[in-house]
Design a protein around this ligand. Structure first.
Ligand code: HEM
Length: 444
């Protein structure tokens, strides 16, 4: 394999990777399903192999479905495969989405701050978001958590390549809203089906609220002299007031904190919900985990982070939660920055590149014939691959993954130690969740 940045026209002799038949103009628009899109991606992986090529209204999409190809493209060729695609709906957004799209330039500074935020933290503890904003959250109806719950689903849905809905977004978003189709934004809003401009406006306002509200609260607290220590506070304190770019620096801090706020909450919360569903569907696993806790802790002590090394089955259970139903089953798309050659195939610049998370984490060769079942025992074998694809790929892999892992561990151990998770009883019997009932969308 070799890589070339030659212009498209010179690449005679190469073909596009295989994929479902494309229709005139719309391409594969109608091949992306409204429900459980990861199942379709999985079917494509089985039909077309490690690379599946799609095209929607002229925008190329490449689905990557093998560990070998994931490593080749997202890791070895990371300079090409780490871009973020531009969502037409969100294209006017400020730094936050520039950051997502293109990490170069002043972004080096930004990424440093994100890294510091996430890497220096082992766990959040009882104080919720104190670490980012220093804002104490309340147990009931906390406005900051509600803001995140209300909006993150929509934001993620806007980055999805399917006609997705998200758990928090009940109005379906059409694929036209989602992929980067430059001409689409010039369609007048009175054209039937083109109401996405209105949706985009609402979405922009909501994202703006998420980045601005907590940031403004921290600034007000600093001014009033009663701010708790926080990363936002520290970063603001480091700005040199004589710097000509104070406003720009503040904006960077605001948007980075906002992006962590958006990236952290809905994902982690979704993983916890998946844990509850698994415990309802697999009561034997629950009992086995509780037996491990009881054997080690006895009756007088709540589990803590330090106990992790003594609780291998719970550690395996946490990994299985991430693997069994990945929070982002169709991953967060990357964007290819230049034309590329992969073996006999040509992939054009601007292609949306999707790691096929679901298929990778349900691969029978990696996880065994029972890969569709929830079975933490598979991770008791140290040879079993850690489900890192649940956190994305290459240089874009989730920087909050260690924190997410710690949060999951402490929540799971404490819940299992104190509670039995049992199905809801109705007059007609017990109600179990269906493993097929996961909502479609980027965060499922
Ligand atoms: C179970 C919980 C979580 C899951 C499943 C998850 C998953 C992901 C995924 C799939 C991506 C995209 C990676 C890619 O583009 O290839 C991502 C990005 C990101 N995550 Fe997480 N995440 C979780 C929790 C967190 C937490 C707790 C934080 C912060 C404290 C966080 C911060 C971020 C940030 C800042 C990005 C953007 C990175 C970039 O664009 O370069 N995530 N996450």
């Amino acid at each position: 394999m070799y890589r070339s940045n030659k212009p498209t026209l010179l690449l005679i002799g190469y073909k596009l990777p295989p994929g479902p038949l494309r229709r005139l103009i719309v391409g594969n628009m109608f091949d992306i399903p409204l429900q459980k899109e990861w199942k379709t991606y999985d079917k494509w992986a089985k039909t077309y192999g490690e690379l599946t090529y799609l095209n929607i209204f002229g925008t190329s999409i490449l689905v990557v479905s093998s560990y070998k190809m994931v490593s080749e493209l997202f890791e070895q060729r990371w300079t090409l495969y780490s871009g973020r695609f531009k969502s037409t709906m969100l294209s006017d957004l400020t730094l936050l989405f520039h950051l997502h799209r293109n990490p170069e330039g002043f972004i080096a500074h930004s990424r440093h701050v994100i890294g510091a935020m996430v890497m220096e933290i082992q766990y959040i503890g009882d104080d919720g978001f104190k670490i980012i904003y220093g804002i104490k959250t309340s147990l009931n109806k906390d406005p900051y958590i509600e803001l995140a719950e209300k909006n993150t689903g929509k934001i993620y849905a806007s980055h999805c390549t399917g006609r997705a809905t998200s758990g928090f977004y009940t109005n379906p978003i059409n694929v036209l809203d989602l992929v980067d189709l430059p001409l689409v934004k010039y369609i007048p809003s009175w054209v039937p089906g083109a109401g996405f401009q209105k949706k985009a406006k609402t979405l922009r306002e909501e994202i703006n609220a998420m980045t601005t509200i907590p940031f403004t609260a921290v600034k007000a607290a600093i001014k009033a002299g009663n701010a708790s220590p926080s990363i936002v506070g520290n970063a603001l304190g480091e700005i040199n007031p004589e710097n000509l770019h104070v406003a720009e620096e503040e904006r960077i801090i605001r948007d980075i904190a906002g992006s962590v706020y958006m990236a952290a909450i809905d994902t982690t919360e979704s993983a916890v919900q998946i844990f509850f569903i698994a415990m309802l569907l697999y009561p034997d696993v629950q009992r086995k985990a509780q037996a491990e806790l009881d054997n080690f802790l006895g009756e007088d002590k709540l589990p803590s982070f330090d106990d992790r090394k003594h609780l291998p089955y719970i550690g395996a259970l946490c990994k299985e939660v991430l693997r069994w139903h990945p929070v982002t089953p169709v991953a967060v798309p990357h964007m290819l920055k230049e034309d590329d050659i992969i073996g006999e195939y040509f992939v054009p610049k601007g292609t949306i590149v999707i790691g096929n998370t679901w298929s990778l984490l349900h691969s029978k060769s990696a996880y065994g014939d029972d890969a569709d079942e929830f079975n933490p025992d598979r991770f008791m074998n140290p040879q079993t691959k850690y489900p890192d694809s649940a956190f994305g790929f290459g240089r874009r892999i989730c920087p909050g993954r260690h924190m997410a892992d710690s949060i999951l561990f402490i929540l799971i151990t404490n819940v299992l130690y104190a509670f039995n998770i049992v199905p809801y009883k109705t007059s007609t019997g017990i109600e179990l969740p269906s493993p097929d009932a996961f909502v479609p969308g980027l965060i499922s």
